[in-house]
Write a protein that binds this ligand. Structure first.
Ligand code: ADP
Length: 532
């Protein structure tokens, strides 16, 4: 067989040759839509690639982006890796100090900046050694290098020269939900294979007829691979830009068929989508991940809006897709309630990914059964899973001696292979020597109509080690003793010691840089040092 290299240049060339007329639509900051097709994107990428080399960028150099989901960012998703350099999307929502540390570690040589973020970027630039920046906005300041000028002055690169599919193509940092962000380096081969796997019919299942809206930011876990998967499939893409205030309007206007984002986004836009439900007949599927999608929200979308919810689990370390939750043919006869219960699980490993449940013993790990009940540490391996963190030697904390990734998640797997996250190992509440799942408590609390949002954390406790504590956002104010009502709701499903000692009612749950519940912030707010 031919030794055909698996590189992103093949995806770009295919999209151009076979799907040149397909559209990329971007919501601009002024609310208008920018539109062009893959042929135009391709021509711009070829010029951009040459321009980047003229800034002295060579094979293996890191080139950062400080941008949201826009057509320029999509162009960079191809131009940077296709000249052999490494695309490094910076998470614009991290603190300046964290980003300065990340840019320093990555040794970024050049940064592309969405002009909407000029001010925070300047603060960052003052703290980094990387002084070369190119700004997207054509109306740039005097000292800015404008993207469009760079592009118009460049000639198209004649050929792509990626000599080895194992060359690095991208560098992403974890979002830092549980500690400092860690870097993960992807190769052309790993991203190409992830693209093929993600696009299978029983996974994202994107087709040429789809219009795909990644709300997941392009700086979070490579936008779940959608910029590559969508273009390889020949789907149209819709990019929500910097301020996607009215997602329902964007979905309606552009005929989006598949959209992807964290559960928080879908909880926020539900009522807006419900109001416009007649305008969104084409919306067929939401891909949801990053955090557990509550069953009640899955039910609302499927029952009231007729939109299929596909729950996905993954990690920055896995490019990021690991499992995908779709029903099996054998589930056809189940009731809706039974179907939603299965869909609330994180799903089955996508082809190419291996999962195992493990328990630590004195001399390594033993494998645990797939019975849907036994909880163990989730370990994974695949051609698109990292075997180390960037610039850090692999340690036993993250990798086993037989080279599986320790995900840091505790889970069950049932006999059909459906994995369900019980909690992150570090978030599991240890009370009197027993484990309490914050995820399970949150899921039951969310079933109560008065509860809009909830986060359960373990608060240090002298007697028990930790005790559960619930921060709740109410859907509406009520005169009833809601803490007692919620306690009763939990008592019907969990042992007594699981029931939180305290319920605190808040206006909002703090969120991480990518929209997940920020449990570390909740602990800081309500932990023993501040609450006294
Ligand atoms: P961070 O660890 O900083 O949040 P990632 O965004 O890569 O960085 O997060 C990966 C983690 O997110 C997983 O290990 C898991 O704990 C959580 N996660 C991802 N998808 C889901 C999901 N569908 N349900 C529950 N947890 C999820």
């Amino acid at each position: 067989m031919m030794n055909y290299p698996l590189t992103l240049a093949q995806i770009l060339e295919h999209a151009h040759r076979i799907h040149g007329d397909k559209q990329v639509t971007t919501l601009l900051p002024d609310g208008t839509l920018h539109r062009y097709n893959y042929t135009t994107l391709y021509e711009r990428v070829k010029r951009l690639a040459n321009a980047i080399t003229q800034f002295g960028i060579q094979c293996g150099d890191r080139v950062a982006t400080y941008a949201s989901n826009t057509y320029q960012h999509l162009e960079l998703y191809y131009a940077i890796p296709c000249i052999g350099a490494v695309l490094h999307p910076l998470n614009i929502r991290l603190s300046t100090e964290q980003l300065a540390q990340i840019v320093h570690e990555a040794e970024d040589k050049l940064i592309f900046v969405d002009s909407e973020f000029r001010e925070p970027f300047r603060a960052l630039q003052n703290k980094t050694a990387c002084k070369q920046a190119i700004y997207f906005d054509p109306t740039s300041m005097d000292d800015d290098v404008p993207y469009e000028r760079v592009l118009s002055e460049a000639t198209p690169i004649p050929t792509w020269d990626i000599q080895d599919e194992n060359w690095a193509m991208g560098l992403c940092y974890t979002s830092g939900t549980q500690g400092e962000p860690r870097g993960v380096l992807y190769t052309h081969r790993s991203m190409f294979l992830h693209t093929l796997a993600a696009n299978q019919a029983d996974v994202f299942g994107l087709t040429e007829a789809d219009v795909v809206l990644p709300i997941v930011p392009m700086f979070h876990a490579m936008a779940w691979g959608l910029p590559y998967a969508s273009m390889f499939a020949g789907a149209d893409m819709v990019l929500p830009g910097t301020k996607p205030l009215c997602i329902a309007k964007l979905i309606a206007e552009t005929g989006v068929t598949v959209a992807a984002g964290v559960p928080t986004v879908w909880a926020q836009v539900y009522s807006e989508l419900y109001k416009r439900r007649k305008d969104i007949p084409r919306l067929r599927r939401l891909i949801v991940g990053g955090e557990a999608m509550p069953l009640s929200l899955i039910e609302a979308y499927e029952k009231e809006l007729g939109v299929e919810i596909c729950h996905a689990w993954g990690m920055t370390e896995m490019s990021p897709t690991g499992t995908f939750s779709k029903l099996r043919g054998a589930h056809r006869g189940l009731s809706d309630a039974e179907k939603w219960r299965i869909k609330a699980k994180q799903g089955r490993p996508i082809p190419g990914v291996e999962l195992r449940l493990a328990a630590e013993t004195s001399n390594g790990f033993t494998e645990l059964p797939w019975d849907g009940e036994t909880v163990g540490e989730l370990q994974v391996r695949s051609p698109w899973t990292a075997n180390r963190y960037y610039k850090v030697e692999p340690t036993a904390e993250h990798f086993t001696t037989d080279k599986w990734l320790r995900t840091g998640d505790m889970a069950t797997i049932d006999a059909d292979g459906y994995m369900q996250i019980v909690d992150r190992a570090k978030a599991l509440i240890r009370s009197g020597g027993e484990s309490i799942s914050s995820v399970a408590l949150e899921a039951v609390l969310l079933k109560h109509p008065c509860v809009h949002e909830v986060a359960v954390v373990g608060i240090p406790d002298e007697k028990w080690g930790e005790r559960p504590f619930a921060a709740v956002v109410l859907a509406e104010q009520t005169n009833e003793n809601i803490s007692d009502i919620l306690r009763q709701q939990l008592a019907s499903e969990f042992p007594k010691f699981w029931i939180p000692d305290q319920f605190v009612f808040v206006d909002e749950i703090p969120k991480t840089s990518v929209g997940k519940s920020d449990k570390r912030a909740i602990l800081r707010m309500f932990g023993p040092t501040t609450s006294g």
